[in-house]
Design a protein around this ligand. Structure first.
Ligand code: ZLM
Ligand code: CA
Ligand code: ZN
Length: 375
């Protein structure tokens, strides 16, 4: 971080109510992690170093810029009691246990989406260099249905906002899962390039092979980097940096949207990668030094103490400040034992990407595709 100590104007969107929603007992997605992240950010005294803002909640009408009227109308009225009837017995809109009709689901979505839309507008108006919404990043939500813990696609709504001002937007997704909802939304346009790094093979949602590259005018503008279990910081960097550098050269985006899903960290409850906090944050630092307007959103992340550590540290990276590795006292201090440090360490799992040069093949293939982009 010391390499780029120069300042950026950072806008940080946080709604104090967002952490109080719950997907239900035993569900791995815990909105409370946003609240814990905020406590850490506050304990490190970062709040007075940036614009801390509470976004206007997204209205149903705003959500229909991407989603169907019918789906948004459903979401705005569904309750735990009416879910069975309104989903036609779990066959429409919400399918299965991943997306329960929890109490307040619409309000929760309106905060997540409201934050991403406001973040986009803050950049586009030129009043921030980096805008952050840790409650966003819900990349699986589809036009007419919820998927993978995501109901409203705040990213698609935010990028649509950026497209009013910027000719080309780059979307990068470092969540352990494929960013399928965002890819699908922009699959046929060259005004948004999507690039997802994800675990591929017997893993949700099952899409994101290197052969999926976009269609029509969008041909070549979807980039997929399928990975195997156990990827380390070093391996990740060896594919992230060359692929993203080539994208920046050939695509020259006017703004970048980075989905910072932290289920790609070592020890995540649902993830299977082996990134440390510093390896994950290296992706944020890489974009920060490009001096292109940047939006940071959250996404996955199921080992709550590590999610909070990482998004707190990435907020510090956006600000370009040094932070003490020893955690300051805060309301959740005891969660961070036994070391009480701002760190997520790697473990000794095998990096399956290093078998039979599989990572080299993926990198070479991605670079070859990018060199074939229509001039
Ligand atoms: N079953 N409860 C990532 C989204 C991942 C689909 C297999 C549900 C779970 C999971 C839900 C308490 C992001 C699938 C899973 C059991 C069909 C997924 C509720 C445990 C529970 O205990 C659980 C009743 C639940 C869900 C595990 N679901 C683990 N993995 C994935 C979706 C979202 O990180 O990318 C962005 C936020 N779903 O694998 C099943 C096939 C439903
Ligand atoms: Ca991803
Ligand atoms: Zn994920």
């Amino acid at each position: 971080m010391a390499e780029t100590p120069d300042k950026r104007r950072v806008a940080y969107y946080y709604d104090p109510d967002v952490g109080s929603y719950t997907y239900g007992l035993g569900h791995p997605m815990k909105p409370h992690r946003i609240h814990v992240t905020h406590h850490l950010v506050s304990a490190y005294n970062m709040l007075d170093k940036m614009h801390v803002l509470r976004a206007k909640r997204a209205s149903a009408e705003t959500m229909t810029r991407f989603h169907t009227d019918e789906y948004v109308h459903f979401l705005s009225r569904v309750t735990p009691e009416t879910a069975d009837e309104l989903t036609y017995h779990g066959t429409r809109f919400l399918v299965g246990e991943d997306n329960p009709a929890f109490e307040g689901v619409f309000e929760f979505c309106s905060m997540s989406a409201g934050g991403s839309i406001a973040a986009a507008n803050r950049l586009a108006s030129g009043s921030a260099d980096i805008a952050i919404n840790w409650a966003g990043g819900l990349h699986h939500a589809k036009k007419r249905e919820a998927s993978g813990f995501c109901y409203i696609n705040d990213i698609v709504l935010g990028i649509l906002e950026l497209l009013r001002t910027y000719p080309r937007v780059l979307y990068v997704d470092i969540d352990c899962h494929h960013g399928d909802g965002v890819e699908e939304a922009f699959y046929t346009t060259d005004r948004v390039m999507t690039c997802s790094f994800h675990k591929y093979g017997e893993y949700f949602p099952g899409t994101g092979t290197q052969e999926d590259r976009g269609r029509g005018r969008g041909k070549g503008y979807a980039v997929n980097v399928p990975l195997k279990d156990g990827i380390t910081d070093e391996s990740y960097k060896s594919v992230f940096e060359p692929v993203i550098s080539r994208i920046l050269e050939v695509y020259r985006p006017s703004a970048v949207w980075l989905q910072c899903g932290s289920d790609s960290l070592a020890g995540d409850k649902l993830g299977c990668f082996n990134l440390t906090m510093h390896g994950h944050a290296a992706c944020v630092q890489f974009f920060r030094k490009q001096n292109i307007p940047l939006v940071l959103v959250g996404g996955g992340g199921y080992t709550v103490k590590n999610v909070a550590r990482t998004w707190c540290y990435e907020t510090a990276c956006a600000l370009g400040i040094e932070v003490d590795e020893r955690l300051p006292w805060n309301e959740y201090f005891e969660w961070f034992g036994p070391r009480y440090r701002l760190e997520v360490l790697g473990n000794n799992m095998e990096d399956l990407n290093m078998r039979e040069g599989s990572l080299d093949k993926v990198r070479i293939n991605a670079l070859k595709h990018l060199s074939e982009l229509r001039p």
